[in-house]
Design a protein around this ligand. Sequence first.
Ligand code: SAM
Ligand code: SF4
Length: 356
Amino acid sequence: MTAVRIAISGARPSPAASPDVDVSEMPTEGPLVDRFGRVHDDLRLSVTDRCNLRCVYCMPAVGMTFLPRAQILSFEEITRVARIARALGVRSVRLTGGEPLVRRGIRDLVERIAALGFDDVALTTNAMLLAPMAQGLASAGLRRVNISCDSLRPERFSTIRRRGKFDVVLDAMEAAEDAGLAPIKVNVVLLRGQNDDEILDFAAFARDTGRVVRFIEYMPLDADGTWDRARLVPGKEVVERVNAVWPLEAVQRDDDPAPADRYRFADGKGEIGVISTVTEPFCGTCNRLRLTADGAIRNCLFSDAEHPVRDVLRGGGSDDDLALLLRRAVWGKLPGHGINEPGFLRPRRSMSMIGG
Ligand code: SAM
Ligand code: SF4
């Protein structure tokens, strides 16, 4: 795919300038590339920081504060950023949050984003509101959904997610499949001592349903700030435990920058994935950038460096200004997230505020 060129006018200072990053060698045309040659063609759009659940690994049980509505980007603003990103070579978009389906009019936003001609438009959801919306979202141009579901046992499901019912999620999975949003990916955050005894149950679920179950390592992005490495279940352990029962074959990655290491069951019955963000970082192939609900571009979940696109949008900035901001945000990306390095500081914003 050829990226449309956007001319960058002059040497006008950008509000996104990172004073500590030398941009003298930053390309002013072609795809979004960082100093380490990683091309960024995947955009995560957080459409809200609000949520109808309070998962233990993400939000506190009570007391979460949310952004004032005036700070949240409008659909016009989000679509404008997506359009510029598309012109800079971004090929796939994922809508997320918070819970994207609590944002009123989300179908309209999906339609606007899909009309921009991305190769892929996907959404990550807790599925509480999905069943009645699935058909409408699909007809608006949504291609795929990732559904979060951390337990197959109704009581435990409600304990981990604090609100919401397991049956609702199961119904939503069926509704999504009926609407053509398949294959569904099921995101499972594993917590040692809480749901790691369900690894084989989830593997069986993947085999029985054809849904791709992806086991995610617990990351230091919980709002409570109680993340503990001892509660994380390494992806490698998951693969070993499943492989001992149902032999697995690694799916060749080729140049696939997706975060999951994929494994198919050797007998042909489906697939699982592991997202080993902490124990086996995949930063070297990261192709993602993020737009927070309040209009900041972030180049990494774990970096506090934010590039305030909202200031440019609301300050009368041109498309060139926005493109320059995106380029600078990507150019300033660090080589890795640094979670395993001694001086690592967890980011100030938690997962639901950034957009997972
Ligand atoms: N609300 C939607 C949902 O739950 O799918 C979308 C947003 S949520 C922040 C996106 C993904 O991040 C979910 O799969 C969720 O399980 C995951 N997540 C949230 N906090 C996490 C953490 N501390 N570590 C690992 N994954 C996390
Ligand atoms: Fe809400 Fe998703 Fe965070 Fe759970 S993981 S609290 S559903 S944003």
